[in-house]
Design a protein around this ligand. Structure first.
Ligand code: NDP
Length: 250
């Protein structure tokens, strides 16, 4: 059955792949992006070829007004909303003791509080339909085996894990499922520690390296060990397509 789906953080990585894969599977997809022009113009343009099955929507998960506007637009245009994919996220690097409370809060906001903003806007519609699915993009890091220097991110993903499980228990009576996928390490954006667009700028990394010699070598060795052949990020998108296609309550 064709579902109306919103994917957050669909300008790159898993989010873009998942939005495209869901559209290819015949669903009606809203690819959420902080902005659909400016630095995301090229990403947004890629969805133009989908015409009927996917379109972009401005959706900044850090702003409740942006989230509310996006969900209202989707329900207005499509008449309903069936699936929310909580994908937006970001990772920050550094020795865990070096983070200010504000930096920790920023990672927590993008990965965790953002999902609550979206849920509070979306769930009234799903509950009224007595049907729906929440998909959370967590991380295997929240289940142990965590390498160093990624502490705030791991803590946030562990919190997301707990929130997803709490939702699963509480929304089930309203006909809504909540499922978390927990990818391992893939060569998409969050794992590109040194690329130009990463939120951690060079000066910050240099400061960390001075404080903790060897930190960047450790991280970059881990990044280099990720092989696209061994870990195809499209598998995450395929897994989400399978989840969306499962019968309710599976
Ligand atoms: P990307 O950096 O490619 O994707 C992250 C996306 O989140 C971007 O589209 C980014 O948008 C978006 N985003 C960040 N902040 C906001 C915001 N305020 N509002 C809307 N969108 C926002 O990385 P990945 O594809 O690797 O990561 C996607 C998800 O997968 C994340 O939740 C990540 O934690 C998770 N994950 C990744 C793993 C990996 O190995 N790569 C492993 C396990 C989980 P913008 O372009 O505007 O910055």
């Amino acid at each position: 059955m064709r579902k109306i789906i919103v994917v957050t953080g669909a300008s790159s990585g898993f989010g873009a792949m998942t939005a495209r894969a869901l559209a290819d599977a015949g669903h009606a997809v809203y690819a959420g992006m902080r902005e659909t022009d400016g630095r995301n113009a090229a990403a947004a343009k890629e969805f133009e070829e989908y015409a009927d099955t996917a379109r972009t929507v401005e959706l900044d998960v850090s702003q409740q007004s942006s989230v509310d506007g996006a969900i209202a637009r989707i329900v207005d245009e499509a008449g309903r909303l069936d699936v929310v994919v909580h994908n937006a996220g970001h990772m920050t690097l550094g020795p865990v003791e070096s983070f200010t409370v504000g930096q920790l809060a920023s990672v927590y906001d993008t990965n965790v509080l953002s999902t609550q903003r979206v849920n509070r806007a979306a769930l009234p519609h799903l509950r009224a339909q007595r049907d729906g699915l929440l998909v959370w993009v967590g991380s295997s890091s929240s289940r142990g085996g965590t390498p160093p220097y990624l502490g705030p991110y791991f803590a946030a993903k562990a919190a997301m894990d707990a929130l997803a499980v709490s939702y699963a228990a509480e929304v089930a009576p309203f006909g809504i499922d909540s499922c978390i996928v927990v990818p391992g390490s893939f060569t998409t954006g969050t794992n590109h520690y040194a690329h130009a667009g990463h939120p951690d700028d060079e000066a910050t990394r240099d400061a960390y390296e001075t404080a903790t010699p060897g930190m960047m070598d450790t991280l970059l060795a881990r990044q280099a060990a990720l092989s696209p052949e061994d870990a195809d990020p499209q598998e995450v998108a395929r897994q989400i397509v399978r989840l969306v296609g499962l019968p309710k309550g599976s």
